[in-house]
Design a protein around this ligand. Sequence first.
Ligand code: GLC
Length: 549
Amino acid sequence: MVLKDLGTADWWRQAVVYQIYPRSFSDSDGDGIGDLPGITSRVPYLRDLGVDAVWLSPFYPSELADGGYDVADYRNVDPRLGTLDDFDAMSAALHAAGIKLIVDIVPNHTSDQHEWFQAALAAGRGSDERDRYHFFEGKGENGDEPPNDWQSHFGGPAWHRVDEPDGTPGQWYLHMFAREQPDLNWERDDVRADFEHTLRFWSDRGVDGFRIDVAHYLRKDLSEPFAPFAVVGLGELTLNPDHPFSDRDEVHEIYRAWRKVFDEYTPPRTAVAEAWVHKTRLAPYASAEGLGQAFNFDLLVSEFEASQFREIIEENLERSAETGSSSTWVLSNHDVTRHATRYGLPAGLGHHAAAWTLAGGAHDEVDTAVGEARARAATMLLLALPGSTYLYQGEELGLHEVGDIPAQSRQDPTFFRTEGKEVGRDGCRVPLPWSGTGSSFGFGSDGAHLPQPAWFADYAVAVEADDAASTLNLYRRALALRGELQTAETLTWIEHPSASVLAFERPGGWRSFTNFGSEPVDLPEGEILLASTDSADGRLPGNATVWMR
Ligand code: GLC
């Protein structure tokens, strides 16, 4: 019995979701920036790849201080990316191809260009408009020191001082990310109502689900005295329910209200939380009364190593069984170093996804062939697991991180706010190569907003489509097979004599074997359905996965 039926309310449980970073996917009008008509033109590609849904990173009007995660208008399309009509055409084309559509919602902060923030600046101290954000007086004699010592995610203080309407230096506002991303005050009813309006706006337009950005940050306790930065930290997976801004229990009230909105629709709209919280506190985000699903990022920070993968898989399957949600498997996204590159790093440098620690120079040490072999093996392993798998654009080409983007072309606020000490995330956001030749490798008719290296030619869609052994063709075959083989959300581990092998069986006799070591190992009897690397002698080579029956 095939349980995955995209026509039902449960379509998301074992869906393969393909993340599109719209500005870097496909450019229809030659301005160097990917756009919605570009996505529409590639729907046949997505259909042939065999994905069940696409998730679009933000495509809303934005000053692009943070790649679109600084939203100036939540219910519109950035004119550089198209119009609402283009959105409807894209949505219709995806749906006609049987592909669901998920959009990104960024509720923790707006852009500083958002009309609310502009109104807050104009209205001045003590106003209702300022209360929609977190404005405070500064410390020190003239209020010229920030209210506290908290730091922001992209480097530098989490506070920025504004000029008051009369031109004098004035209050400070909180921004946990870039200074162009002021944090909203989620105690306000109008903030809550406006986001519910946004969820209905896109649901009414036929959007099937939402990815919720920084879902654990919305509620804050900013009463004084403030805890010092050394105590509150940043990005640590806190167990403290009284943490001033991360993972406070009240945040779930917001999502319970959103669940009611999602359930107004048939089928109910889905949601997945981006919540970097302690694993024991992920359940309420994923529960059916909450957002319904939450990303598990454990594999992003794991080594390419059998026992670590097994532990992570076991834990996550247990956790999703407790909440009734399904697991989410991710190896790459727009925030981390591409996994083909991570896995090519020498042992010791780590295969974890901290893009911000991978300085440009480390790229000289990447063994690209080993990285790609491991990436193919790991992806096949993920695709055999119960639950849903999130793929990031370009990984189906085995694409590597671009390490040598010149400083003058960098866009990530991390690069600027750390004065280049951390290169940031541009290397995984370089526009995709569609053809082996031509301007911007077929991305558009002219340039690309981030420079593409010459080696992109070898990874182009058209080149890989013609190569039976390419990563693209492996993904296509794997997704088609998964569609046929996917059954109930359970697995049974198979013990293998080699400690470097991770093997399991799904109902119906679908077996997956991954060899994390470098030496070939024996395989049991059976029919080989698909292999990430060819093996002439019927053994499983190192850094490889096979599916058997
Ligand atoms: C999330 C996004 C990231 C963005 C940040 C701030 O972590 O994935 O790209 O920079 O939120 O919105």
